[in-house]
Design a protein around this ligand. Structure first.
Ligand SMILES: Nc1nc2c(ncn2[C@@H]2O[C@H](COP(=O)(O)OP(=O)(O)OP(=O)(O)O)[C@@H](O)[C@H]2O)c(=O)[nH]1
Ligand SMILES: [Mg+2]
Length: 197
C-alpha cells in the first residue's frame, strides 16, 4: 500500500452526527494508551498526524483519517481510561458503541491489545461485543519492541487464551517503534479492499 495522501477529515465528539461516508472504514479500537494513534501514524507514514501521548486518554474524539481518497482509518478513543470520571467514560463508551452500531462502512475492526499483559476484563468485553455485533476482529498485539524475542511466543499464547480466540482469528504482533508487523497489517487491509472490489 503506497500512501499518497493522508488527512484528518472529520472529528466527532459525543454529540456529533457521524459522517455518511461512502468509502470503507477501517477501525482501530483498544484500551487507552495501547497504541492506536501510533499505529495509524505508522500506517500513514506520518510522525504525528494522529496525536499520541504517553498519558492515557489522548484521543477523546472519533477521528477519521482519509487515505489516498479511497479509505478511512478511524481512530477511536480508548476505553478503560482510569483518570476520566465515570460519567465521561460512559459517554465515550456510548459514543464508541453508537459509532460501531450506526456506521455502514465498517469493513474491518482491528482490536489492539498490549502484547506484554494478559488482556483485561474490558478487553475481553470489547472483543466479545465486537463479535456479538457480527464483526470478526483482527487482533493487533502492540508494543512488540518491549519484549525480548524469547518472551514473544508465551505472551501471544497468554493473549490468545485470555481473549478466548479461536484458531482462525488473525493476530498480528506489531511495533510502532520498529514498524514490525506493518506489512502484515497493510496486506490484511489490501486483501479486504480487493475482496470487495
Ligand atoms: N515502545 C513502544 N511504545 C509505543 C508503541 N505504540 C505506542 N507507544 C507509546 O504508547 C503511548 C500511547 O500511544 P498512543 O498511540 O497515543 O495510544 P492510544 O491507544 O492512541 O491512546 P488513547 O488515545 O489514549 O486511547 C505513547 O507514548 C506511544 O509512544 C510501540 O509499538 N512501542
Ligand atoms: Mg489515541
Amino acid at each position: 500500500m503506497i500512501i499518497k495522501k493522508a488527512e484528518l477529515e472529520t472529528v466527532c465528539g459525543i454529540t456529533s452526527k457521524f459522517p455518511d461516508n461512502s468509502e470503507p472504514e477501517i477501525v482501530f479500537a483498544g484500551k487507552s494508551n495501547v497504541g492506536k494513534s501510533s499505529l495509524i501514524n505508522a500506517l500513514m507514514n506520518r510522525k504525528s498526524l494522529a496525536r499520541t501521548s504517553g498519558k492515557p486518554g489522548k484521543t477523546q474524539t472519533i477521528n477519521y483519517y482519509k487515505v489516498n481518497d479511497e479509505i478511512y482509518f478511524v481512530d477511536l478513543p480508548g476505553y478503560g481510561y482510569a483518570n476520566a470520571n465515570l460519567a465521561t467514560r460512559e459517554k465515550w463508551g456510548k459514543m464508541i458503541e453508537r459509532y460501531l452500531h450506526t456506521s455502514k462502512q465498517i469493513k474491518c475492526i482491528f482490536l489492539l491489545i498490549d502484547i506484554r499483559h494478559e488482556p483485561g476484563k474490558n478487553d475481553k468485553q470489547m472483543y466479545d461485543w465486537i463479535v456479538y455485533n457480527g464483526y470478526s476482529p483482527v487482533i493487533i498485539a502492540t508494543k512488540l519492541d518491549k519484549l525480548k524475542r524469547s518472551q514473544i511466543a508465551k505472551c501471544i499464547k497468554t493473549l490468545r487464551e485470555g481473549l478466548g480466540l479461536q484458531k482462525e482469528v488473525v493476530l498480528i504482533p506489531f511495533s510502532s517503534e520498529t514498524k514490525q508487523g506493518k506489512k502484515e497489517v497493510y496486506e490484511f487491509i489490501e486483501n479486504l479492499l480487493l475482496a470487495q472490489a
